[in-house]
Design a protein around this ligand. Structure first.
Ligand code: TUI
Length: 314
């Protein structure tokens, strides 16, 4: 059995977080992961507080186990979501795409455990100072908003920069990834892309099919010009978008406009002009299965590898 300090800290059975994917990680998916013994995480994304509250209620009808809510700090609704999370007394908050400092007092005062995503050593030190209880070190292999460093380079440097438990994310989808993360000093993993293939993940069938069919080189990063790099599948939309980024006759405003609503279009409509966020590990995600089977498979795979890890030490 795999047990680490993050299990005790959060009251979960397996050190597996499900990433808070905008428009995707709803109360149903998060409940399935939490019920399976991992940490299910509801994504607030760009949604208003009422929508997120509803997802929390859906989750609470399905499980009594601990769960988290991810606050996307670039959201125009971040303030109202932050307040609602205090009212709902959610056990865990993860944050992404920014600096969570302005909410820390409010959340810690309500007894909420805060686990920010950190893309750098500087952000790790900052959130350690302001009261985070753990950090998620997410490398640029991940889907969605990405930092500069890879998981391999980021995780050990984050571990050296803080005494807090570190969760590794980005490019992890099986027991090998989990075992490798542990070798780098992490005590848990967060996975997004693998959970896209969960039965309980209610994305459009076209999205699921694209993930199941994707190969190793089928993702790309767009959005650098506007300062919000995002990894997604290499669709005609993504290729067209990046061409426009390099075209000086296209204004920043036009580019901004092109990105509006594209995540929702992919998730809910499977539309051609949607943006299909995905990590680089999609090439290894080849079958649909339950969230519980995913959690168990990853932990069992890691256990086998870790038990044999001393074979190379003579
Ligand atoms: O947040 C994510 N992944 C995401 S968010 C998203 S929705 C979106 N909407 C509009 C623009 C961009 C994205 C889709 N996927 N992952 C966690 C993450 N956080 N990755 C990197 C970071 C991050 C980056 C900078 C965390 C902190 C940070 O701090 C910068 C600073 O100094 O404020």
């Amino acid at each position: 059995m795999i047990k680490t300090p993050i299990c005790e800290l959060l009251g979960i059975e397996y050190p597996v977080f499900q990433g808070g994917m905008a428009w995707i990680a709803d109360g149903v998916l998060a409940a399935a992961v939490s019920e399976a013994g991992g940490l299910g995480i509801i994504a607030a994304g760009n949604a208003p507080a009422d929508y997120v509250r509803e997802q929390i209620h859906i989750l609470r009808q399905r499980t009594q186990k601990p769960f988290g809510v991810n606050v996307m700090l670039l959201s125009p609704f971040a303030d109202e979501v932050a307040e609602m999370l205090v009212e709902e007394k959610v056990p865990v908050v993860t944050t992404g795409a920014g600096n969570p400092s302005k909410y820390m007092k409010q959340w810690l005062g309500a007894g909420i455990k805060v686990i920010p995503v950190v893309p750098s050593v500087a952000m790790t030190k900052l959130v350690t100072r302001v009261g985070a209880c753990a950090v998620i070190a997410e490398g640029g292999e991940s889907g969605g908003h990405v930092g500069d460093l890879t998981t391999m380079a980021l995780v050990p440097q984050v571990c050296d920069a803080t005494n807090l438990p570190v969760i590794a994310a980005g490019g992890i989808a099986d027991g090998r990834g989990m075992a490798a993360a542990f070798m780098l000093g992490a005590v848990g993993v967060q996975m997004g892309t693998r959970f896209l293939a969960a039965y309980e993940c209610n994305i459009h069938p076209t999205y699921k099919e694209k993930i199941l069919k994707a190969k190793d080189i089928d993702t790309m990063v767009t959005g650098k010009r506007l300062g919000h790099p995002v990894r997604s599948l290499k669709t005609s939309f993504a290729r067209d978008y990046i061409k426009k980024e390099y075209d000086s006759t296209v204004s920043d405003e036009e580019l901004e406009q092109l990105g509006v609503g594209v995540l929702r279009l992919a998730v809910q409509e499977g539309a051609e002009n949607g943006c299909y966020l995905s990590g680089q590990i999609a090439g290894m995600v080849n079958k649909e299965e339950s969230a519980a089977d995913i959690v168990k498979d990853v932990c069992q795979g890691a256990e086998t590898i870790l038990k044999g890890a001393s074979q190379w030490v003579k």
